[in-house]
Write a protein that binds this ligand. Structure first.
Ligand code: UT7
Length: 311
């Protein structure tokens, strides 16, 4: 039975870059504090979900060599849709000239992994090609007077084309979880700004990443020794370090773009994954562990075997 595999990928970041020093002119913070406590140096701002998604989606389709008519479904993982409705996916579908269904999926920062697992089920269910995009524009939702949140977030998008073509499944194991009892520690009301209890999110994030990763690896019947590269949600380098320690992983196996993107929510995992591909860190047959957490509190992990077509 044919399965889904990733055949094209691309990312997009808005042009405008905001540095830590620039933030230090707005709130009582410093480049040193932000780098030491989060690992972030710069982030991109002033993007919109529909523009960034369109750019990333178009480039991923070009790389895969697929035409607009070939895409059977557009899944857009985002918690910051440009409008209340219509879904940003509908606007992106039109921008790209697609002739298929289009839906937004909101699993906050876990959205890309939720989307990947969902896309693979659609492929197993009979679709030939799914365009999956993770995209968030957090900068419009930032309270620029709150130093506990304004230094963390940025805007970005990452897209992959998933095609029904592989002999062997590339998704070997996965875990999706949500703990709605913690919804109050990270949220944004309609028309409001991001509100976060940073310490509580930090504490829960480390445990959620570990749990999701363990469950996905168990289902895939692999251990952390088998994983060539981990692509963690890029929120805070200290969260990644703490969860890696619990999983027996060393940081040299982490894909990282946090220093230059900040936390881009659903875009962070594809941004880090594509960066690692471009840097030659992912080889044919490698096992990747994608793992994220976010508002909700959602968490998600997937073990995939990298089997993109040779180029
Ligand atoms: O995708 C999920 C999204 N969210 C996250 O992943 C966030 C998870 N949480 C975190 O990353 C961290 O909790 C933060 C980066 C938000 C904060 O780091 P922390 O090490 O947990 O700091 P803290 O909240 O314990 O605060 C320590 C001190 C406080 O000052 P006092 O009370 O000790 O005088 C804060 O007011 O650091 C202060 N502080 C800052 N100082 C300079 C908080 N934010 C800043 C700042 N610059 N930007």
């Amino acid at each position: 039975m044919p399965h889904g595999r990733i055949t094209g990928w691309a990312t997009h970041l808005p042009e405008k870059v905001l540095t830590n020093d620039e933030l230090a002119k707005i709130v009582d913070t410093s480049d040193e504090w932000i780098r030491e406590r989060t690992g972030i140096s710069t982030r991109h701002v002033d993007g919109t979900v529909t523009e960034m998604s369109t750019e990333a989606g178009r480039s991923a389709m070009a790389m895969a060599g697929v035409a607009a008519d070939d895409i059977d479904l557009l899944l857009l993982a985002s918690c910051t849709s440009d409008q209340q409705f219509p879904a940003s996916a509908s606007v992106v579908q039109h921008n790209l000239g697609l002739t298929c269904g289009a839906i937004d999926m909101n699993a906050a920062c876990s959205g890309f992994v939720y989307g990947l697992v969902t896309a693979m089920q659609y492929i197993d269910g009979g679709l030939d090609r799914v365009l999956l995009i993770g995209s968030d524009a957090l900068s419009p939702l930032i309270d620029w007077a709150d130093r506990g949140t304004c230094v963390l977030f940025g805007d970005g998008a990452g897209a992959v084309v998933i095609e029904r073509s592989a002999e062997e499944p590339s998704l070997l194991g996965w875990d999706l979880m949500s703990d709605g009892s913690a919804a109050g520690i990270l949220y944004c009301d309609h028309g409001g700004k991001i509100v976060m209890n940073g310490q509580e999110v930090f504490r829960r994030a480390v445990l959620a990443m570990e749990s999701a990763a363990r469950k996905a690896m168990e289902q895939a019947a692999v251990t952390s020794d088998d994983i060539a590269l981990v692509v963690p949600h890029q929120a805070n380098v200290r969260i990644i370090e703490a969860s890696f320690k619990r999983l027996g992983l060393t940081m040299d196996r982490a894909a990282m773009v946090l220093h230059r993107t900040g936390n881009t929510s659903a875009a962070s995992i594809p941004l880090a994954m594509v960066d690692a591909i471009d840097a030659g860190r992912i080889q044919q047959g490698d096992l990747l562990l994608l793992v994220g957490f976010g508002a909700g509190m959602s968490s998600a992990a997937a073990v995939i075997r990298w089997d993109a077509p040779a180029r």
